[in-house]
Design a protein around this ligand. Structure first.
Ligand code: SF4
Length: 487
């Protein structure tokens, strides 16, 4: 890191070259991103570096993972229990220099190296999974924050709606305002703060990692147990004998018990009730209604709306019909009168038990936030003089890649494209610079021999205690949900 001052006086400005903005920082001030400051004429990374410590002694008093870390008081650390994260470490920009910290350690008599750096990522995004069957907007629709386009709706998954947010085109390819809003939104999302979003021709969303999503002002509670067909399959036997037809209303596949293979298997006869939409296979119907916030992710608030006709001959007076949604939140029970009109009655106890069981089998609805970024570019120069060898080492699983200690999934194919759950990372792991780009921690851990073989910066390998002498450190408890990166 450049530490150049205009003169030797502590009143001189210092230049920061930790990103392309190249701030010139007055004494006592911080640069544009607040990450670096001029402290007594020296350029300083203002946040402490975060060390995480595995608890080996249960009496050890440590702040639990995810809560505010405590300032390390200088007591001797056992390096075998410490994983140094890159949160607060600093960057390698303009990339010709070694990573801020390359820490050697020994674990079970194996010499290891952890290369610790904060990456500056323009090529990065967040993939958001929203557990709901509610319609939030059409696929490919733009997602906005403060009116700016910051992402779009991507392919829905089983029981969840999906968003892709951020990314290089919104950060740098649009207006300055679009880039600024995108960057702030991404940083908030990564740091597990709530962000307000709006889908074009869709819903208003409040998304926070690991919290229930709020859709058009309603907090989601349940993730559906399955599609309508799956729900029929799961509960068919429990309904059998107590009802003559069950229709599970679902925006994707609405299920009808008597026609469904599960009902046929139990010996049920078709009830003569026909629902709207397109029959896919017996007892499985697509497009019974438009997507919406009604029953089972449809726009239906009265379930009888989806009944197309009731066929005389097959249907009969007294036929018992249960209609239920895929979360069990909506349910109604009808008995056909002499004219085959469904007349609502209270749900018999024996059926209510099964409706409640649908709800019991629904998992809590959550928003999950995964950070995705490309670390296969110049960042590698901070690790080795021969960057492609790092890529090969990561690919060959000789090097483990973590973000703030959280395991990163490395995509197949070229580059080092990583994906990580932000809730597994320390709090406030994400920063930004005004280029605009996201700053995120990344660590590469490997055997010392392998590091040497890939052309690592061997002269820059230091011990943990050297690092803590150079920089203020905070210490927090290792997240036991994460695999320990050392042998
Ligand atoms: S924006 Fe931050 S990292 Fe970039 S030069 Fe200024 S102080 Fe340094």
């Amino acid at each position: 890191m450049s530490n150049s001052a205009e003169n030797n006086s502590s009143t001189a400005k210092v230049s920061c070259d930790a990103c392309p903005i190249l701030c010139r920082i007055s004494p006592g001030k911080t640069g544009s991103c607040d990450r670096y400051g001029n402290v007594d004429g020296k350029l300083m990374r203002m946040d402490p570096v975060i060390l995480t410590q595995k608890v080996v002694d249960q009496n050890q008093a440590l702040v639990p993972f995810g809560e505010q870390s405590t300032v390390w008081d200088g007591t001797v650390l056992n390096p075998e229990t410490i994983f140094p994260t890159a949160v607060g470490a600093g960057t390698t920009y303009p990339d010709y220099k070694p990573a801020p910290f390359i820490i050697g350690s020994s674990h079970n008599d194996v010499d290891l190296v952890t290369v610790v750096t904060e990456g500056i990522f323009s090529y990065c995004s967040f993939k958001v999974k929203i557990d709901t069957d509610r319609y939030i907007g059409p696929e490919q629709a733009s997602v906005r924050c403060q009116g700016e386009e910051v992402g779009h709706v991507i392919t829905a998954e089983y029981g969840s709606q999906m968003l892709s947010l951020g990314g290089v085109h919104h950060l740098t390819g649009g207006s300055k305002q679009e880039g600024r809003v995108t960057c702030e939104m991404m940083m908030d999302l990564g740091n597990r703060n709530a962000v307000e979003l709006e889908v074009d021709n869709g819903s208003k969303l409040v998304i926070k990692a690991d919290a229930a999503p709020i859709i058009d002002g309603n907090q989601e509670e349940r993730m559906r147990v399955g599609c309508g067909s799956a729900t029929i399959g799961i509960f068919a036997q429990q309904w059998f004998g107590h009802v003559d037809e069950v229709i599970v209303v679902d925006e994707h596949i609405t299920g009808m018990l008597s026609e469904h293979q599960a009902g046929r298997f139990l010996g049920m006869e078709p009830s003569g009730i026909r629902v709207r939409g397109r029959r896919s296979t017996p007892g499985r119907y697509f497009q019974v209604a438009n997507p919406g916030h009604g029953w089972g992710g449809t726009d239906v608030s009265d379930p009888l709306e989806i009944i197309d006709r009731i066929k005389k001959g097959a249907a009969y007076p007294g036929l018992r019909l249960l209609m239920v949604s895929t979360t069990g939140e909506d349910a109604a029970y009808y008995v056909l009168d002499e004219d085959l009109n469904p007349c609502e009655e209270s749900i018999p106890e024996v059926l209510q038990v099964v409706v409640d069981r649908i709800g019991e089998n629904c998992e809590p609805a959550l928003a999950s936030v995964l950070f995705m970024a490309g670390a296969g570019g110049s960042l590698r120069a901070g690790v080795t003089e021969n960057p492609v060898r790092l890529t090969r080492s990561v690919r060959g699983l000789l090097t483990s890649t973590t973000c703030g200690g959280a395991p990163a999934y490395v995509w197949p194919g070229g580059g080092i494209t990583v994906m990580v759950d932000v809730t597994k990372m320390p709090e406030n792991s994400f920063g930004s610079v005004p280029t605009p780009a996201i700053v995120a921690p990344i660590e590469f851990t490997m055997k010392l021999n392998d590091y040497q073989a890939l052309g690592g910066h061997m002269n820059n390998v230091i011990k943990l205690e050297d690092m803590t002498q150079q920089r203020e450190a905070k210490i927090s408890k290792w997240n036991e949900e994460n695999p320990w990166p050392f042998p």
